[in-house]
Design a protein around this ligand. Structure first.
Ligand code: TXA
Ligand code: MG
Length: 310
């Protein structure tokens, strides 16, 4: 498999043809870029794990164009329908009992559940509609690296494994989707762009992810990590450190949001981590980010980047 990928950006027809031929496609979404494959084609799905260097016990998200398509691969209860009605298309992934094996066993990492999402990005939606079946798409980074939020970063991470690459510009949200499991009580498996407060307004209080690795296979220790060490809650940088500041007082090149807007900070987070990392600093120091709303997801990614989450 290789690498005639399109560093310029391919057309939609080429991307659909690539998926149908069992090849990989870089797909923009509103959250981050994904490395897409036909969810029904185990050989194509195997290429995704290989290109990312991802352990095959960590399952992938199936992307579909609408709720009707989602209901063909997953069993929806009332809570799932309410969340889908409220947040799809958009940055929410639901983990539900799997129906059938259209999303192949390898994509589900052998689980009897499936993660489903209806993305909001117009190019992702056009690709899904034209392709006509579920498409798995993990974030297009190599495993353990920050998710790509620009076309150039996606090409740099896994472009050599893709037969086609769709340029959707910079990702509006910049953080991966929120992952909620609805198997017993509603559980927050991964905080993300849809906040805990927004979810709880629809389904009531959310439980935490179970420690059980089978139910929450994505909660690996070091994740989203740049090469440089990351120092959190740093009110100011030390000599030799790059500085990701936040809010009106922040100095330097990489202020995540001069006005203290968490949505802007989320959109800038991975791109600034990468930019700071390229300067090969002693460490990347990051200002404190308030743990409210989108701040929960930002702090989750930062703690993983710093290696603190087990
Ligand atoms: O925003 C996003 O969700 C992006 C874009 C490309 O759509 N995709 C993404 O995929 O972040 P990925 O593979 O990097 O993250 C998927 C997460 C992982 O933490 C995985 O463990 C979890 O979803 N997951 C997938 N299937 C699951 C399942 N059946 N049960 C529990 N967790 C699951
Ligand atoms: Mg990922």
């Amino acid at each position: 498999m290789s690498g005639d990928a399109a560093h310029q950006g391919s057309g939609l027809d080429d991307a659909v043809a690539a998926l149908k031929a069992g090849r990989l496609v870089l797909m923009p979404t509103e959250t981050v870029y994904g490395l897409a494959a036909d969810a029904a084609d185990a050989r194509a799905v195997a290429k995704v794990y290989e290109a990312k260097g991802r352990p095959s016990f960590n399952p992938l998200i199936a992307h579909v164009p609408d709720l009707a398509a989602a209901r063909r691969i997953a069993r929806f209860d009332d809570r799932a329908v309410s969340l889908a009605d409220r947040f799809w298309p958009g940055p929410l992934t639901l983990v539900l009992p799997a129906l059938g094996d259209t999303v192949c066993d390898l994509a589900r990492a052998g689980l009897d559940t499936v993660a489903v999402r209806v993305p909001g990005h117009p190019i992702a939606r056009a690709l899904l509609e034209a392709f006509g079946g579920p498409v798995v798409a993990p974030s297009a980074n190599r495993s353990g690296r920050p998710s790509p939020t620009t076309f150039a970063d996606a090409i740099e991470e896994t472009g050599s494994a893709a037969a086609a690459a769709l340029d959707g510009g910079p990702c509006e949200v910049g953080l991966e989707s929120t992952v909620v499991a609805l198997l017993d009580e509603p559980r927050l498996l991964r905080p993300g762009a849809v906040t805990r407060e927004q979810l709880e307004a629809v389904v009531g209080p959310l439980s935490e992810a179970e420690a059980d690795a089978k139910r929450s296979p994505g909660r690996l220790a070091r994740h989203y990590a740049p090469n440089s060490p990351v120092r959190l809650d740093a009110p100011s940088p030390r000599a030799g450190e790059a500085w990701l500041s936040f809010g009106p007082g922040g100095r330097g090149r990489w202020n995540l949001s001069p006005t203290g807007d968490l949505a802007e900070a989320a959109a800038n987070l991975f791109a600034y981590l990468r930019a700071a990392d390229r300067t090969e600093p002693l460490a990347i120091a990051v200002a404190p980010i308030p743990e409210e709303g989108l701040g929960e997801a930002i702090n989750d990614r930062l703690r993983r980047a710093a290696g603190f989450v087990g």
